[in-house]
Structure formats: C-alpha cells, structure tokens
Design a protein around this ligand. Structure first.
Ligand SMILES: [Zn+2]
Length: 71
C-alpha cells in the first residue's frame, strides 16, 4: 500500500472562519488567499525564488561593472 497524504476535506478560512471548499484557493466570504494553507501550493513557487536570486546576482554584477568602470 502506498501512503497517500490525507486529503484536507475543505476547512475554514483563517481570517473569517467561514467554511471553504477544498479546491478553493480564495475564501468565498472575504476573498482571503488560501495559498500555502494546509499543504496547498504556496504563493512563492520555486521558479519565482530562482528569479529573485537571479535578480540579486544581476544587480551584484551590474554594481561590480560600475565599480570596475569608475576605477
Ligand atoms: Zn474568509
């Protein structure tokens, strides 16, 4: 037998505590984003994280280039 993760049978909104369907990614009452709640995919995907790192590296390289040019 494979041990599958126990499905979260819906739940309640962490903000207004109203019942929310399992498939819903936003609360129908207050519109609260349920991403990242109870094992749902978070708002920050792995690719977004890599883009952030790439952005920092790009800024770092540009700064190094400016310093190299002005010296
Ligand atoms: Zn809500």
């Amino acid at each position: 037998m494979t041990s599958e993760p126990v499905p979260v049978g819906g739940g309640e909104c962490p903000l207004c505590a109203s019942e929310v369907a399992e498939a819903a990614d936003h609360c129908p009452e207050c519109g609260w984003s349920l991403a990242g709640v109870d094992g749902r995919p978070g708002p920050y995907s792995r690719s977004a994280l890599w883009w952030t790192v790439a952005g920092f590296v790009a800024v770092y390289m540009i700064t190094l280039g400016i310093v190299a040019l002005t010296h």
